[in-house]
Design a protein around this ligand. Structure first.
Ligand SMILES: Cc1ncc(COP(=O)(O)O)c(C=O)c1O
Length: 363
């Protein structure tokens, strides 16, 4: 632990790589000898344009995106995407398919319904409290898009393989596993992610969108709710969240240059999750994973202890031992360790050691 920093297992906003935080601190008062801080600088300055350009380039390189994809930086969180997607793409009477795998998918479905858009929920795991990823799923061949949530932050489930939609463009909320592993972007029409888990601070949402979906965007939408506003102006139609984009650029640079790309990022993330799930599975039932094993998330490891009192004691003692952010989401209770990109194996080792000791003393 450096500079009295705890091991941070927060679900988002969440841990950021220490070298990134140090670089921000070092350049904060005087960015690249400009005589001012990044937060005091015009978003039309050459320095900021270089940051934005680099963030876009690194996103394209890390995900091997072809020229049909545009990388956009938006505000309003992933939550605004729930509304923008049907507003922009469900025009001309087209309908969309949704898969419901938890709170965030449910919220996306609700927003489409508020807008009176024709959508169909083609699969759901609500019958078992969203503890698994449903499949195989038959999608409507004429659907404009198929919406999924790639990682379910609250229930701790994740699509290990994306569904075969037979040509229907996939739209994915990747808020809690974006840039944690490589994926083949070609079947995707749009991917969105609030930055505040794997790639940066709160305040910016990264969107990747394909040309053929942009072509569906109608003219008669408010300017800030149209993807084409941002794609035609390189995310600089109005003042963007410049500081958040700067941090995202540094995190992407860290993934590329320090970690060595998404394959390496994924293998570190896999190893961390395996280590923690092994500790849970080998605890003789002291800790119980809440997600079905085949659907387990590598990002959010959710588990329970024998009762709420014991869980409270576990969380209190963890905090005292420098392990933070382990409380489950308020809607489901229990415990959750979020193992995003910046959470090190050392942090997971410390958690596992604590969990083993706690189980021995209380089992
Ligand atoms: C998968 C997922 N989607 C959407 C959201 C909501 O994101 P935001 O707060 O950026 O609107 C969250 C927040 O935790 C999330 O985990």
């Amino acid at each position: 632990m450096k500079a009295n920093r705890i091991h941070n297992f927060n679900p988002g906003p969440a841990a950021l790589p220490l070298p990134v935080l140090e670089e921000i601190q070092e350049s904060f008062l005087n960015y690249k000898r400009c005589g001012m801080s990044i937060v005091e600088m015009s978003h039309r300055s050459k320095e900021f344009e270089a940051i934005l350009g680099d963030a876009i380039l690194r996103t394209k390189r890390l995900l091997k995106l072809d020229d049909r994809f545009h990388v956009l930086f938006l505000q309003g969180g992933a939550t605004l995407q729930f509304a923008m997607i049907p507003m922009n793409f469900l025009t001309d009477g087209g309908s969309a398919d949704y898969v419901n795998t938890g709170t965030w998918s449910t919220n996306a479905i609700k927003e489409a319904r508020v807008l009176n858009k024709p959508i169909q929920v083609v699969a759901s795991s609500e019958d078992k409290q969203f503890t698994y990823i449903p499949g195989p799923i038959t999608f409507n061949p004429g659907a404009v898009y198929a919406h999924i949530t790639s990682n379910n932050t609250i229930r701790g489930t994740q699509w290990s393989r994306f569904p075969d939609t037979r040509g229907v463009p996939i739209i994915a909320d990747m808020s809690s596993d974006f840039m944690s592993r490589p994926f083949d972007a070609r079947p995707f029409g749009l991917v969105y992610a609030g930055a505040q888990k794997n790639i940066g601070p709160a305040g910016v949402t990264l969107v990747i969108v394909r040309d053929d979906l942009l072509a569906r965007v109608p003219e008669n939408l408010p300017v800030m709710l149209k993807y084409t506003t941002f794609s035609s102006k390189n995310s600089l139609y109005n003042t963007p969240p410049a500081f958040a984009i700067y941090v995202v650029q540094l995190v992407l640079k860290w993934i590329e240059e320090t970690v060595g790309g998404l394959e390496n990022m994924a293998s570190v993330n896999r190893a961390k999750a395996e280590r923690l799930y092994r500790c849970i599975d080998e605890s003789g039932g002291f800790y119980r994973g809440t997600a079905e094993p085949a659907s387990r998330s590598q990002m959010n490891v959710t588990f329970r202890l024998a009762g709420e009192d014991l869980e409270k004691r576990f969380l209190d003692e963890a905090t005292k031992n420098g392990l933070g952010g382990l409380k489950g989401h308020r809607s489901v209770g229990g415990c959750r360790a979020s193992l995003y990109n910046a959470v090190s194996m050392e942090a997971v080792d410390a958690l596992v050691e604590f969990m083993n000791t706690f189980a021995k003393r209380n089992g």
